[in-house]
Design a protein around this ligand. Sequence first.
Ligand SMILES: [Cu+2]
Length: 227
Amino acid sequence: MKLTAAITLLLLAAAKAHYTFPSIANTADWQYVRVTSNYQSNGPVTDVNSDAIRCYERNPGTGASGVYNVTAGSTLNYNAKASISHPGPMAVYIAKVPAGKTAANWDGKGQVWSKIYQDMPRLGGSMTWPSQGARSIPVTIPRCLQNGEYLLRAEHIALHSASGVGGAQFYISCAQISVSGGSGTWSPKNRVSFPGAYQATHPGIMINIYYPVPTSYTPPGPPVETC
Ligand SMILES: [Cu+2]
């Protein structure tokens, strides 16, 4: 009994440490961000080959109610709830909604995602991350985008138990935005698909961040695109 109680407490503590990315800017949870499967459990995606690695939607095909208006070149916060409590890299990807679809009904499938944000660890005595403990990430919307609707995909990869395949924890959501004021010259060198962009054994995904302390880090996925 005692052991069971202790294990239950440990599991509760682990669940509490999880998080979601339910909002952007100063808006309500799930107003502009598609509801994720973990909206209550806060649990992660662990299979990089699953469809959940794209937007982790609870109801694929059912968008959020709103599309958030944003000016190209401006910075908006992508918010975590409660906070990014695990160590690991934060990335943000963007994909343009194709003709005939809207940000509220497009599924985001295909080789359409470009990376616009990536943080990197501090190395030395230990590997630490600028996002750890943060409640929001400032994302600058590239000023050269074509105007129109996009999906914005936030991804935090928790690496605290990532030394084996499936150990990394992916916390993901997708926001629906409409961009105006862009110069229209956006031409990313790399576009990737989810699933497809990541391999479970990539050294940025399957990694022991504690011992021996890594002396370098290569995040998965393409480099950050600039205008
Ligand atoms: Cu957790």
